[in-house]
Design a protein around this ligand. Structure first.
Ligand code: C5P
Length: 240
């Protein structure tokens, strides 16, 4: 397969077209950003750890019946994925209070929820990804009611499996974000990435963050933390 034109450059990845119209080439950059790009740093090794973590997770999710865009990892920083049309929503699932939830409702850090909380944000850099509800999604014709129900179902299935995987790594899955795309057949499938950039992960013993909060809060070097996640992930039976 041949890499062709740069179609989209995000904050952590570049997407290229290929000689196959149904396949995209994803390059994971050695860059980390936070606060909608206001904090940005180049970091050697970051692209590779994210690419490897996301490849392992997407492969595992497919084995557990969660259809997704991942085709294969090409080398340390590059993947092939199915071309999809991304629905411009960030779907967040929360198991414990943290981040924007904790701030908005002034609740105790890591308060455990009885059942997962699902939220949607409208993907827009100019608007800073505002919170959006189902009625607003319908009014703006971003997705149909049926698609919203499918998105929720996919996100909660991902949550169930991720909780299982991270549990085996002695980690609590606090929250995470997924993006869903529409494939060539019109099916909704999981897309984008799942990595410590898009999840909050807390070690059950030390209660330390093992995710991008280390960068957001300036708690120390990020890449060693991501490597720790990759190392533990590679030891999980069935995932490796
Ligand atoms: O900031 P907030 O608490 O709303 O984030 C919830 C979860 O979604 C966190 O795991 C965060 O890393 C992820 N997220 C993301 N990309 C964004 C916003 C949030 O991956 N643009």
């Amino acid at each position: 397969i041949e890499k062709k034109d740069l179609l989209y450059k995000g904050k952590a990845k570049e997407m290229f077209t290929t000689n196959d119209p149904d396949i995209m080439w994803v390059h994971y950059m050695d860059q980390v950003t936070a606060f909608n790009g206001k904090k940005k740093v180049q970091m050697a090794g970051k692209g590779q750890t994210n690419c490897e973590i996301s490849s392992l997770i997407f492969t595992d999710l497919a084995k557990h019946g969660i259809e997704n865009h991942f085709i294969k990892q090409l080398d340390s920083n590059n993947q092939l994925v199915k071309r999809v049309q991304i629905i411009p929503l960030e779907t967040v699932v929360r198991n414990f209070a943290s981040g924007s939830f904790e701030k908005r409702f002034a609740v105790k850090h890591l308060m455990k929820f009885d059942k997962p909380v699902t939220e949607f944000y409208y993907k827009s850099d100019e608007l800073d990804d505002p919170f959006i509800n189902d009625f607003e999604v319908a009014a703006l014709k971003i997705a149909t009611e049926d698609q919203m129900n499918q998105i929720r179902t996919i996100a909660l299935k991902v949550n169930d499996r991720l909780k299982e995987i991270f549990g085996k790594m002695n980690i609590d899955l606090v929250d995470f974000k997924v993006e869903i795309g529409i494939d060539a057949d019109g099916h909704l499938i999981l897309a984008d990435e799942i990595s410590p950039d898009s999840c909050r992960l807390v070690d059950r013993d030390t209660k330390k963050s093992l995710d991008k909060d280390v960068f957001r809060k300036g708690l120390g070097a990020l890449v060693p933390v991501y490597k720790e996640i990759l190392g533990r992930l590679e030891k999980v039976e069935g995932v490796n």
